[in-house]
Ligand binder design. Structure first.
Ligand SMILES: [Zn+2]
Length: 322
């Protein structure tokens, strides 16, 4: 069935179903929505299948179709003889209940907590938590690159968190959250954000404590266009990094109350930091190891390129940055 035909049938069925009343009507509507959601979901997964050019097991490029298993096209590799589908070796490989994926992603578009998303979609809380991170594992890399023109870069810090860890590497903090030391110590996770004036944004979690020139080289350098003008605060790491790599650089000295020098400022990045931290409050603290996932999530929401669950699923299956 062609996609237009499918959409027409779907609309017609839904129109008929809305006329039914009572318990049976409700039951049928739920069933239909589940089926429609599953069909949509499988169609998007198969888009990834259609783009696959090599075997996820051995990398060989001689593939052939090999039947259908649980609704998904199966392929087989001529070289290693192993079979696979569009999800093999992705974080979404072994998660079931595909009719609930799109409703769940709709909850993520609404920034729902684990519990609220579980209740809305009828899955277990632990499943809800696992799904959140499976979907974000690849979606977090869905970033436009490179950054060009004037690129603002600045860090912000969050108290390191071992939330959910089985074995903590330090004694727990009493009453949750305060650093023992003042200033930017090794107790703080560094979040580096770079954003150009077109709104293209990249972020990194380089480690704990103040950002270093080596970390900037590792994370920032690969996402910068050749002829950028880097705008930062007066931290020496940026100066050193820019000098080492011949990058044009202007700094504003925030400590001396200097916020804007013509077009040079880091206010867009600082606003982004604030949006991220405010949004994070609803989750009551997130584990340090998941910070990149949450940064990917807010990026999808804030930069508005994800507005439907279908787009979210595409970002999770074929992120632009991968
Ligand atoms: Zn193979």
């Amino acid at each position: 069935m062609e996609i237009d035909e499918y959409q027409a049938v779907r609309t017609q069925c839904l129109a008929w179903l809305t006329r039914l009343t009572g318990e049976q009507g409700d039951g049928l509507r739920r069933l239909f929505e589940g089926c429609a959601s599953l069909a949509d979901c499988l169609a998007i997964i198969e888009e990834r299948g259609a783009r696959m050019r090599c075997c996820p097991h051995c990398g060989a490029d001689k593939l052939y179709r090999h039947g259908i298993l649980r609704g998904l096209q199966r392929y087989r590799c001529r070289q290693c003889r192993r079979s696979f589908n569009a999800l093999t070796k992705t974080p979404l490989a072994f998660i079931r209940l595909r009719e609930k994926w799109l409703p769940f992603l709709q909850c993520m578009l609404g920034s729902m907590t684990v519990r609220a998303a579980a209740e809305t979609t009828g899955i277990h809380r632990n499943t809800s938590f696992r799904w959140r991170h499976r979907f974000l594992a690849m979606a977090k890399d869905d970033r436009p690159k490179p950054l060009s023109g004037i690129v603002e870069a600045d860090e912000t810090y969050l108290l390191e968190s071992q939330k959910g860890a089985r074995h903590m590497t330090r004694p727990p903090r009493r009453r949750g959250g305060r650093a023992k030391k003042r200033g930017i110590s090794g107790e703080l996770d560094c979040i580096l954000v770079a954003r150009d004036r077109q709104g293209r944004t990249c972020d990194f979690v380089p480690g704990r404590g103040p950002v270093t020139a080596a970390q900037l080289q590792q994370h920032l350098l690969p996402v910068l266009d050749k002829a950028v003008l880097l705008a930062t605060d007066a931290a020496t790491a940026y100066r050193e990094f820019a000098k080492d790599h011949g990058i044009a650089h202007r700094a504003v000295n925030l400590r001396q109350g200097e916020r804007v020098l013509g077009e040079i400022h880091v206010q867009n990045v600082n606003r982004y930091h604030a949006v991220f931290k405010t949004w994070l409050i609803r989750f009551h603290g997130v584990a340090s190891r998941y910070l990149p996932h949450y940064l990917g999530w807010i990026h999808g929401l804030d930069c508005r390129h994800l507005s439907t669950p279908q787009q979210f699923l595409r970002a999770a299956l074929f992120p632009a940055g991968s």
